[in-house]
Write a protein that binds this ligand. Structure first.
Ligand code: ATP
Ligand code: MG
Length: 381
């Protein structure tokens, strides 16, 4: 008899011919998540199993956070020949439970001497005898004892939901504009969940933004790094660009022009890192630079698609996810972002992109971008 964890995957089943590729990728990501625990990840009989672990709860916690994992079940593997031993094991697994239950047997070994309904009936009977706190309900049971008869017998009761999504890397790369705020880490997490490997770009305006602000962003990236399977953070010095904008452009457009620089620089980093899209944490109307007209103004300087997974989310909904992925507290630390320095008193909310382009044309766009790119610092977390 052996304790192990069965890993169930959902959506990657749908992928037809690509299935083996997704499957191998998921196994690699689970191994990555479990590094240092001593646990072994196996493919056996078309399923992913984890065993040889010391602490089951740690393994559950790590595996349920891997994108592509639908659920996990702590299970017992035992010889299928001795039905009495299976019953004794089932009784032990259900000993502390009360309420309604059913047994759900499945046989992939069709030569097994008992049919599934027979297993259900006999095991159900033994469980009722052993535990008076249990009652059968085959329609909406509180507990389900699963019995799978394969090369061996597998028994499990607990099913713990995983995060879902698809294994990171199976859907290409994207570049996330990562600020220290609440929104952008959530946006990055959501795109990573769809199987996309995330690169991050952060704009830093030292000394107007502090060393702590930079560290905060790296800490946020570290938080995301586990689910995202490692992140490269490109830290871009932004002070010269911001000062030039402040000194030479109309105040109402300063935020928009700054955001256009961010997009252009992020796109160049994205190309170098083989990304297919940019990702931001914007949502319609949240601030002046996120009206539809403003978003259109920033989009128009890049060719790459810009993904904004939070576009239709309320702040409270974003916060809910931030709490769930444990970035909220870090994001709430009070360090300034380069977006919050030199903010105009009356930003344009319905800008025309021709006007903004005209306003920024006084600057040496190419020179400023080149100089910023020359000084990028890359930190892998
Ligand atoms: P967040 O909470 O993520 O900071 P926000 O509500 O503060 O978002 P803005 O400051 O307007 O909104 O920024 C909008 C988006 O622009 C962010 O979600 C992020 O993708 C990007 N962004 C803002 N500041 C930076 C920065 N310093 N470096 C990189 N990207 C940034
Ligand atoms: Mg911000």
């Amino acid at each position: 008899m052996k304790e192990l964890l069965l890993v169930r995957y959902g959506e990657i089943f749908l992928k037809g011919l690509n299935r083996p590729y997704f499957f191998r990728s998921l196994v690699r990501k689970i191994r990555y998540a479990l590094r240092g625990t001593g646990a072994k990840v196996w493919i056996h009989d078309g399923r992913i199993l984890v065993d040889e672990f010391e602490d089951l709860e740690t393994v559950i916690d790590r595996v349920t956070h891997v994108f592509g994992v639908h659920s996990v079940c702590p299970a017992v593997e035992m010889p299928k020949e001795n039905f009495d031993a299976i019953c004794a094991q089932a009784v032990q697994m259900m000993a502390d439970l009360t309420g309604t239950f059913k047994v759900e047997a499945r046989r992939s070994d069709k030569r097994y001497p008992m049919l599934s309904p027979e297993i259900n009936a006999e095991l159900g009977h033994r469980l009722l005898e052993a535990n008076p706190g249990l009652k059968v309900d085959i329609h909406t049971p509180e507990h389900v004892l699963n019995v799978e008869i394969r090369d061996q017998a597998y028994l499990y009761v607990r099913v713990i939901p995983g995060v879902g999504g698809m294994p990171v890397g199976t859907n290409g790369n994207a570049t996330l504009l990562l600020s220290g705020g609440i929104d952008s880490p959530v946006a990055g997490w959501m795109i990573a969940k769809r199987g996309v490997q995330i690169n991050a770009v952060h704009f830093h305006s030292f000394p107007y933004t502090s060393e702590q602000a930079r560290e905060k962003v790296l800490d946020l990236a570290r938080k995301l790094s586990f689910s995202c399977c490692g992140i490269k953070v490109h830290i871009v010095p932004f002070t010269e660009i911001q000062l030039q904008i402040r000194d030479h452009c109309p105040e109402e457009y300063t935020t928009l022009i700054m955001r256009r620089f961010m997009m252009r620089i992020a796109e160049r980093i994205a190309r170098k890192t083989d990304s297919g899209a940019l990702v931001t944490g914007e949502s319609i109307g949240q601030v002046a630079s996120q009206t539809m007209e403003a978003l259109n103004t920033t989009d128009s300087v890049v060719e790459m698609p810009v993904f904004r997974p939070l576009i239709g989310f309320d702040k409270s909904e974003i916060i809910e996810i931030a709490r769930r992925i444990d970035t909220y507290e870090l994001s709430s630390l009070p360090y300034e972002d380069c977006c919050t320095i030199f903010t105009p008193k009356h930003p344009a909310t319905r800008p025309r992109k021709e006007k903004v382009a005209e306003a920024e044309a006084v600057l040496d766009l190419e020179g400023l971008i080149e100089r910023a790119l020359d000084q990028v610092e890359v930190v892998s977390v």
